[in-house]
Write a protein that binds this ligand. Structure first.
Ligand code: ADP
Ligand code: MG
Length: 583
């Protein structure tokens, strides 16, 4: 039976029988596990490959790969036709395998002996390296295992039990118990989101949130849906209807292109709505509550982040002549202020291709967002380097086609620049655009009316310089490591990514580390500018999958967006950029 499986996978060579090989090294020094590295063995479920062997029982666990032949899971065509179906199917399998492997783990021993683990998945259905589904229905599984030892001596029989019985049994168990109805729902829910997102453009929308969606989360630390939440109900206008291939017609709140204001009293659900829009760039798994909330791929949350570094950013749309004659056309700082950091976040997002900006008053710098009539009198424009966002937001839309969705509860001047005003009232949206217009007309701002001070300055994209990306640390030629979604250690530095709202999964953060490392291996060559580097990464990932650029053998990587890759690079303090002269 195992032979038939390996044949169907097209393997030319299997390294022999696993159990005898493990029995042979029983009782020997732990280092002898290394003999297994790169070897491939037939299990009943599929072919097991040892990608990496831990150095001792306490070290990071060994990394294994199991290639399950198409015949094991017998995935129907609907689960493997198309990249989205395969991504959803893989996500489903990874979620199903995690508890199965945890239950199968065990056995006595030192350190991590007996551990079996596949990476966890959160609320989002991401392309991952833990499980990859092939178009032919073959499935690649990557997991970590603690190869058993007593002290530092190999427990060969326990290892044999762990891999040939427990691991193999768990995989076969998942295969046998696979509930195709639940899998089908998972795939369809993802396909619907992809289809809804694809319709946004033709309907003039940047986001869509279906009636009945549950937007609030349990807490800032728990992204699961809040239990006692009021489901979203869109007001009649501007409710829109989109067509989902599986769910049929879906009615909901459409957020139009242009400038949208989310107003309303404190604690009425404004930020919650904006956060749902921000995470609508990802597909959500069934039961999340936001599985029919979709946003255009290129919406970027921007915020103030004082203290961050900024490298060669052209801040002139927002920051003019600074004290002491500092150049804001090519701005460098190790310690940005609230307003400069927010200006930088916006120009960086635009450079990376953002078509929409999401800004919440809760996390914005007030002096960046607005300057009211009285302040304009006290400090004349000539002495104030900041052009507040309110003066540029219409220009961004009209000249550059970049939409904004802004949560503004306190600054009524914004009524002048909004195409659409949504009022959140006890967690329900109401369209108050007409009322907002009346108020704006009845209380004109006169001199203080928002207006762009000039054209949007042209700035060519920045070119990251390869020498400034140095992953070395001590004697190690490359050291890159992600710390949850909080930071990426890159060489001697720790890049702070904790405030990137749209970086949702530690697995994405790890992948960004791999991609940054990839930049040091040739992609960043001192000639390619940042947008071209991002495009090259995207093309590589699209064509070859995550495996092309992920650290080999790791099952805990997931695909990030280019915006978050750029954001991490932009926060690397050692970064240096070249900026072609403005023509
Ligand atoms: P705002 O930004 O308007 O001050 P938030 O979006 O922060 O308000 O929401 C305030 C609180 O209400 C949060 O704790 C949030 O989880 C909760 N909340 C938001 N939307 C709902 C809802 N639809 N049903 C129940 N609670 C909600
Ligand atoms: Mg808020």
């Amino acid at each position: 039976m195992p032979q038939a499986f390996t044949r169907s996978l097209g393997f030319t060579r299997v390294s022999g029988d696993l159990a005898p090989d493990l029995h042979r090294i029983d009782g020997r020094q732990y280092g002898h596990y290394r003999d297994l590295r790169g070897r491939r063995y037939a299990l009943d479920s599929g072919a097991l490959t040892f990608e990496h062997i831990q150095g001792d029982p306490f070290a990071a666990p060994s990394r294994l790969r199991v290639d399950l032949p198409a015949g094991l899971l017998r995935l129907p065509a609907w689960a493997r036709d198309g990249a989205d179906a395969r991504r959803a199917c893989a996500d489903f399998l990874q979620r199903a395998m995690r508890p199965a492997l945890a239950a199968a783990a065990g056995g006595a021993g030192s350190g991590r002996s007996g551990m079996l683990e596949i990476a966890a998945a959160g609320q989002e259905v991401l392309e991952r390296t833990g499980v990859v589904v092939g178009a032919d229905g073959a499935v690649r599984v990557r997991l970590s295992a603690g190869l058993p030892a007593a002290g530092r001596r190999i427990l060969g029989r326990a290892a044999s039990e762990l891999l040939t019985r427990r691991l193999d049994g768990a995989l076969r168990h998942v295969a046998e118990r696979l509930d195709f109805d639940v899998l089908r729902t998972h795939v369809q829910v993802v396909e619907d989101q992809v289809a809804l997102r694809a319709q946004l453009g033709e309907h003039g929308l940047v986001a869509f949130l279906a009636d009945g969606s549950i937007l609030p989360r349990r807490s800032g630390a728990d992204p699961r849906p809040l239990g006692a939440a009021l489901p979203l109900a869109a007001p009649d206008p501007p409710a829109v209807e989109l067509a989902a291939p599986h769910a049929g017609t879906v009615r909901g709140l459409g957020i139009r292109t242009g400038v949208t204001l989310v107003a309303g009293g404190g604690y009425h659900g404004k930020s919650t709505l904006l956060q749902a829009i921000a995470l609508g760039v990802y597909d959500h798994s069934p039961g999340d509550g936001r599985e029919r909330c979709v946003s255009a791929h290129s919406l970027v949350s921007v915020r103030a982040e004082d203290g961050r570094s900024v490298r060669g950013a052209c801040l002139t749309p927002f920051i003019g002549a600074l004290p002491l004659g500092r150049d804001t056309g090519c701005f460098d700082t190790d310690d940005a202020s609230g307003s400069t950091s927010q200006a930088a976040a916006i120009v960086e997002a635009l450079e990376a291709g953002a078509t929409g900006l999401l800004i919440d008053e809760d996390t914005a710098a007030t002096n960046f967002m607005i300057r009211d009539a009285r302040m304009r009198r006290l400090v004349p424009g000539t002495d104030e380097p900041i052009t507040p966002f309110i003066d540029r937001v219409r220009q961004l839309w009209q000249e550059r086609g970049v939409s904004s969705v802004l949560v503004v509860g306190g600054a009524g001047d914004y009524l002048d620049v909004a195409d659409c005003v949504i009022r959140m009232d006890a967690y329900q949206p109401r369209d108050v655009t007409a009322q907002a217009r009346e108020i704006a007309n009845a209380h004109p701002l006169g001199d203080a009316a928002p207006r762009a001070p000039g054209r949007w300055p042209h700035a060519p994209p920045r070119i990251p310089l390869p020498d400034s990306l140095d992953p070395r640390r001590g004697r190690r030629p490359e050291r890159v490591r992600a710390v949850r979604t909080r930071a990426i250690e890159f060489g001697p530095e720790e890049i702070d990514v904790s405030l990137l709202y749209q970086l949702v999964d530690a697995a994405q953060c790890r992948m960004i580390g791999d991609l940054l490392l990839g930049l040091t291996r040739g992609l960043c060559d001192g000639r390619r500018d940042l947008p071209r580097i991002l495009a090259a990464l995207d093309a590589d990932l699209r064509e070859h999958g995550l495996d092309a650029l992920a650290a080999p053998g790791f099952g805990d990587r997931a695909r990030p967006r280019g915006f978050e890759v750029a954001a991490a690079l932009n926060r690397l303090r050692s970064l240096r950029v070249a900026r072609p002269a403005v023509d």
